[in-house]
Each structure stands twice: as C-alpha cells, then as structure tokens.
Write a new protein. Structure first.
Length: 261
C-alpha cells in the first residue's frame, strides 16, 4: 500500500472508480489504484481478469469507459511521452541487427542515432549482449531477443515501463535469469514499472508491491508491499519470508476458486 504521507505530486499513476466495458462485458469494475514514482508493481491474476486491459489503458492504447485515470496528475489521452513498452512478443525487426533494433525509438522520435548509441551499447552490455551487437534476431535465442526488446524499451530513459507477460513464453531457467536482469535494471534506472504476470513467485521476486485482480469483472482484491531483506538474488525464494508471501497469494486464489487442490 502507498504510505499516507505520499503527496499527490509523488504519484505516477492514479485510477479512481475506473471501469472498462466491452459491449456487454464488464472487464474492469471500479478500480482504485495509486502507484508512486519509482515503484515496481506487478499485476497478478488469472487470465481474463483485466490485468492487460488495465495496462493498455495506462499505456494510452485503450480508454476507460468511466472513472478517472491519470498519469502525472493529468488525464491519460494517448501514450505518455515517457513510456517504455515490452510485450510477450519481442517484435524485433529481422532485417536490422541488435544495435539498430535497440536504436529504433530514436528513429521514431526523429533524433540522431549517434546521440543514443552509447546508451544502447551500455544497456546491451548490462544484460550480457555486448558480443551480439551486430547479430541479427534470427540468430538469437528467445531470451536474448527479449533482452534486446527490454533494452529498446529503456533506450530513451522512460519514466514509466509497462510490461505485459514479457517472459511468459520462455523456459524456466531463461525466465529466472531475465527476472534477475530486469530487477537489476530497475534498481539502476529507478523508473516506475508495471509488470503483468500469472506467476506468483515471479511477482514476489520482482516487485516492491503486488496488486491482485479477481476474475471478471476485474477488481483489485489485494495490494501487498513486498519487503524482503537484502539483495534480490534467486536464493531469496528459499527464504521463509518469500514462502510466506507466495502462500498468501496462493490462498487468495484458492479463496476465489482460481486454484483447486
């Protein structure tokens, strides 16, 4: 939860009574949510609960049917200027090498590539791709492609990074490594991150806060700060505090009838 002393100016995102309806289907029902600048918040819930719809509305790719949705205290009216976006499909351009793919946002802004090349190379180095700068996407593994996509999303130093199941199609070991890489990037960049996932352990490992959505109509039914001592290494998943948190969320899904034993 957000601390009471947090002022309105500290909120990156605020939703109040927000709804989204598709014809006769109520996808989101009276969502109230405030996210402070610099938080890493995971949206956790089953398929069809409105997580991705909420993310699309925040990204300005969809519009609420009712209520309030603000970024930096202004109503969302199209994609924010400081937005980075990473989806489950990496959407790399096969005819461009890795460096050129990362530099694409500079092209979209009409800015000289040379102005951003040093940052592109630095980001690629931080995720272990310094030796693949001139490789083409067809020669990369799925995990490597997602690292390129994350670097591309971070090129212009976004204040807000939205991620919709970016690791969902990857094998377990690659996903673990990308969780570590992403957490380190967030700690270094301190942007606001919203991460959509179905994985309880992934949400707990990555986040400073986990927001749980119930099945349709989507509503927030839990909002839990994640306070784990020390550096977030994969070994933290073996600690009692981590197990307590994952059991809490599993219990919530059992109560909602999402998980049956």
């Amino acid at each position: 939860m957000i601390a009471a002393e947090t002022s309105a100016a500290d909120f990156k995102i605020r939703a109040a009574g927000m709804t989204r309806r598709f014809d006769d289907v109520l996808a989101l029902d009276r969502v109230n949510l405030s996210i402070a600048k610099g938080e890493f918040v995971s949206f956790l819930g089953p398929s069809g609960c409105g997580k991705s719809t909420m993310l699309r509305c925040i990204a300005g790719l969809d519009r609420p049917s009712g209520g309030i949705l603000e970024i930096d205290a202004a109503p969302v009216d199209g994609p924010p200027s400081d937005l980075g976006l990473a989806l489950q499909r990496d959407a790399l351009l096969d005819w461009m090498d890795v460096l050129d793919n990362v530099l694409l946002p500079a092209d979209f802004r009409g800015e000289p590539r040379q102005q951003h090349e040093a940052r592109a190379r630095d980001l690629l180095g931080r995720v272990g791709l310094q030796d693949f700068i001139h490789a083409y996407p067809h020669s990369l593994s799925g995990g490597m492609r997602q690292r390129v996509a994350i670097c591309r999303a971070l090129l212009l130093t976004p204040g807000l990074l939205l991620m919709d199941e970016p690791f969902g199609a990857l094998d377990a070991l690659t996903r673990d490594q990308l969780n570590v890489d992403l957490r380190k990037l967030w700690e270094a960049e301190k942007m606001t991150v919203i991460f959509v996932t179905h994985s309880i352990s992934e949400a707990v490992f990555l986040s400073s806060r986990v927001v749980v959505f119930r099945p349709r109509p989507g509503q927030i039914v839990d909002d839990v700060p994640i306070e784990l001592a020390g550096e977030r290494r994969l070994a933290v998943r073996e600690e009692p505090e981590f197990g307590t948190l994952t059991r809490h969320f599993r219990s919530r899904f059992e109560q909602m009838g999402v998980i049956h034993e």
